[in-house]
Structure formats: structure tokens, C-alpha cells
Design a protein around this ligand. Structure first.
Ligand code: MV4
Length: 450
């Protein structure tokens, strides 16, 4: 047996991802500490953890975002490291800095890399410098509407005005022509100021029907970098991903190898550490970098299913200074995986539907994985994200994965709260989906036609 890299890890998250991290820790012989709010005392992540600490009231701002409470919990339980999961504090550079200052290992990249990628203008400039293709646009910050107009007239319309602190589509406006650029710039900037307290803006050529394809990377402290292939995350509504798959049905092996190699070179040159994802728009056979995520992502399981690599285990090993467990040549992509995000919300209006789960029967069988913290009798609290389960299927081919997904979705019973399962059932019967013929705007239209 390998010696454990850490004795004890504190998991600064909740729900399915807290459970996911707990599972990786246990398989590595690491003890776990759960933190939880008063609304999550009965949560699975708390029940399964070796120890748990209540860190505050139900609102995330008083518990899962309460850095002092989390650091106190790590201190009193004598944890060695903190895994932030996704969302919450996972891309907060100040938090990761505090974690280190208090003598714990932050399981993630350096604060400098988190900060660099949090600023989209800096991220883009950095990638340009490393030879990664980006969307044509301004060279850095655009000061005012007049400058946006000059550049856009030159570049040609439509253009997209974006906030450097943006993400999730906030602080972003399209201008179809010169008459719209002034208003688009002003609206995007005031939204950016209100949302992020930062009104630095940039401008890009607007791509009208791209796919969203992202590349997963792992980098260790010994200079090794690998990519784990791509994920297609184009099926989203209002910037919330609904279904993800790996590999993307739009790419051939050649395109995959080429973008993968470019990403590996760039990430190596950055001196980046840990798991990361480069997001690209893909249109007419070309990739355009848009953003880099410096966290574990919700959709990481589809990559795990096609590579057999436990991404959370690798994150923990990397943070402890160990070497990556595999070289690029050892990584074999096998078959196809699809993830459905199952949310406690109306499948038609998407309004959150918290409440008590009266009956629960998850699907099983070959090639079926369910990442979830719910159970019969569990009460979905109203305070957090509505994601309650991820159904992940794997098959030898995309078609096998789709047939397996249909089978699993029909087995899945969640009673007492509305869920997005009916939407997924319709989606995987749809001809465009079956043909892999969709882009980032496709789902919006599909749900609009419901
Ligand atoms: C774009 C774009 C088209 N052209 N940039 C949305 C949020 C942010 N992450 C970047 N986004 C986009 N940037 C250019 N130049 C379209 C989007 C976009 C999008 C991107 C990925 C996944 C879903 C999306 C939904 C709407 C718009």
C-alpha cells in the first residue's frame, strides 16, 4: 500500500461534490472533515465524513462562504489540507491565500493563477502570448464606448462587449451594428459594475453558432502536464449547463490531439498546478479560447468515465507534491460518457422546487454512475444550488451511451420534488441530440418549444 499523502482533509463544500471528494479521500486512506450549515445537519456528506463541524446558519454567506469559520474548523480538527470543491470559495484567490497562511494546503492552483484566470482580459492576453487561439477582438481593455465603436467598425459586426470580471453571461451584451454599440457598451459596463464591482470591459467578434468545448488538464509540481481530452458542454440554458458529454461529437481524433497538445504546452509554460479546464468556443472547425476554470468542475465525471482517471485523487496527490499517476501516453480514451444534471426544479419553467424527497430509487447496472447526496426522506433545502444528482452513463459508443441513458432515466424515481428528469428523457429521444447536431443556442430553442 502507498503511504497516505495527507492524514486528514477538510471538505469546504456540500452536496454531491462534498461526497465525491469524501470518496476519493477514503480510497486514499485519508480521514475527512465535513463542514455544514444548520440546514445541512442531515446531509449525506455530513453523515459519511469521519468528523463534522457546524460552521453557521443556512445562508451560504454565513456558513460555506464564512472563511473564518472554515479555517477554525480546520484548526480544531487538525486537518492537513482543504478541498474547496466547485462554486463557493473554489476560485477565491484570497481564500486560497488564507488557507496557506494558516498552515493548511489548499487543494488547487496557486492564488496567482486563480487571480490571473479570474480576470478574463489577463487570461486572454496570457493565452495569446502562449500561442493559444482566441476570439478576435480588442487587445486588452476598451476604455469607453467611443473606443468600442472604433474597434468594432474596424472588426465588423456583430460584436460582443464583455466584462473582464465576468462569467456566467453577466456583464455581456451583443451589438449587431454601429447604432447599437454605444448602448451595448453602457449596459454591459453598468451590469459589470453592479455584479462584480469592476467595470473593465473588452470587445470580441461575436460567434453566432459555436459549440462550447472544454479541455481538462492536470499539472503536477514536477513539471508534468497531461490533458484528459474534451467535453462538449453546449447544452445549456441561461448559462446553466444541462447535459455534458465526452468526447465532443463534433471533433475528430486529429482535432482533439492538436488542441490537446496546444493546451498542454500552454499550461506547462504557465507553471500551473492541479486540475484546470480551458474553455473554448468551436465554430467552423476552429477553436477560440474564452476562459480558464481553475477548479474541479461539475462535469468532471464524464472525463473520468472515458479515461478511468480519478481527477479528485490526482488533485489531492498533486497538492501533496506527488507526481501525476499517468503520463500522456498512458491515457487511453475509451468509449463515450454523458452526464445529466438533475435539478430540483420545474422541468418546464426551471424554477427551483425544494422540498422533501418522499421516494427515491436511483438507477444502476453496467456503465451507470450516480453522484448524489440525496435519499428517501431527505429534505432539499431552499438555500442552495438546485443540483441534487448527476446521472452519468458510459458506453462503448455514443449510441450505446444514449441507449443506456434512456434506460437509466426511465429507472430513475425521485418523488416529492419536481426534477429535470422529464426534460432529460425528452432530450435523449430528440433527433438532433442523437445526431450530435447542436450548438450553444440549440437547447434554448428546444425548451422554448415545450
Ligand atoms: C461568446 C459567445 C459568442 N462569441 N463570445 C457566455 C459566457 C462566457 N463564458 C462566454 N460566453 C459566450 N462568449 C463570443 N465572442 C457566446 C457565449 C455564450 C456561451 C458560451 C458558452 C456556453 C454557453 C453560452 C451561451 C450563450 C453565450
Amino acid at each position: 500500500m502507498e503511504p497516505s499523502v495527507f492524514d486528514k482533509v477538510l471538505i469546504a463544500n456540500r452536496g454531491e461534490i462534498a461526497l465525491r471528494i469524501h470518496r476519493a479521500c477514503k480510497e486514499m486512506g485519508i480521514a475527512t472533515v465535513a463542514v455544514h450549515s444548520t440546514a445541512d445537519s442531515d446531509a449525506m456528506h455530513v453523515r459519511l465524513a469521519d468528523e463534522s463541524v457546524c460552521i453557521g446558519e443556512a445562508p451560504a454567506s454565513e456558513s460555506y462562504l464564512n472563511t473564518a469559520a472554515i479555517l477554525t474548523a480546520a484548526t480544531i480538527t487538525n486537518a492537513d489540507a482543504i478541498h474547496p470543491g466547485y462554486g463557493l470559495l473554489s476560485e477565491n484567490a484570497d481564500f486560497s491565500e488564507m488557507v496557506s497562511e494558516h498552515g493548511f494546503v489548499f487543494i488547487g492552483p496557486s492564488p496567482d493563477h486563480i487571480r490571473m484566470m479570474g480576470d478574463k482580459i489577463t487570461a486572454k492576453k496570457t493565452m495569446v502570448g502562449l500561442g493559444v487561439p482566441v476570439v478576435p477582438g480588442s487587445d486588452g481593455v476598451v476604455k469607453d464606448a467611443a473606443a468600442a465603436r472604433r474597434l468594432s467598425d474596424q472588426m465588423g459586426y456583430p460584436v460582443l462587449v464583455k466584462a473582464s470580471a465576468g462569467g456566467g453571461g453577466r456583464g455581456m451584451k451583443i451589438a449587431e451594428n454601429a447604432d447599437e454599440i454605444g448602448a451595448a457598451f453602457a449596459a454591459a459596463r453598468s451590469e459589470a459594475m453592479a455584479c462584480f464591482g469592476n467595470d473593465e470591459m473588452y470587445v470580441e467578434k461575436y460567434l453566432d453558432r459555436p459549440r462550447h468545448i472544454e479541455i481538462q488538464v492536470l499539472a503536477d509540481s514536477h513539471g508534468a502536464v497531461v490533458h484528459l481530452g474534451d467535453r462538449d458542454c453546449s447544452l445549456q440554458r441561461r448559462h446553466q449547463k444541462v447535459l455534458e458529454e465526452a468526447p465532443s461529437p463534433a471533433l475528430n481524433a486529429d482535432e482533439r490531439d492538436r488542441i490537446g497538445a496546444q493546451v498542454v504546452d500552454a499550461v506547462g509554460a504557465l507553471g500551473y498546478l492541479g486540475a484546470g479546464t480551458l474553455e473554448f468556443l468551436y465554430q467552423n472547425g476552429a477553436f477560440y479560447f474564452i476562459e480558464m476554470n481553475t477548479r474541479l468542475q461539475v462535469e468532471h465525471p464524464v472525463t473520468e468515465m472515458i479515461t478511468g482517471i480519478d481527477i479528485v485523487r490526482e488533485q489531492i496527490r498533486i497538492a501533496a507534491g506527488a507526481e501525476l499517476s499517468c503520463a500522456q501516453d498512458d491515457i487511453v480514451f475509451t468509449g463515450h460518457a454523458i452526464e445529466c444534471r438533475i435539478n430540483a426544479e420545474s422541468p418546464v419553467t426551471f424554477t427551483p422546487a425544494p422540498g422533501r424527497i418522499s421516494d427515491y430509487h436511483p438507477p444502476g447496472g453496467l456503465g451507470v454512475r450516480v453522484d448524489s447526496g440525496i435519499y428517501a426522506g431527505y429534505v432539499v433545502p431552499p438555500h442552495y444550488d438546485s443540483l441534487i444528482a448527476k446521472l452519468i452513463v458510459h458506453g462503448k459508443t455514443r449510441n450505446e451511451a444514449i441507449m443506456r441513458l434512456r434506460r437509466a432515466l426511465h429507472e430513475y424515481v425521485i418523488e416529492g420534488v419536481e426534477t429535470t428528469i422529464p426534460l432529460h428523457r425528452r432530450l435523449c429521444e430528440n433527433a438532433d441530440f442523437i445526431n450530435g447536431d447542436y450548438d450553444i443556442r440549440w437547447l434554448e430553442n428546444f425548451v422554448g418549444l415545450e
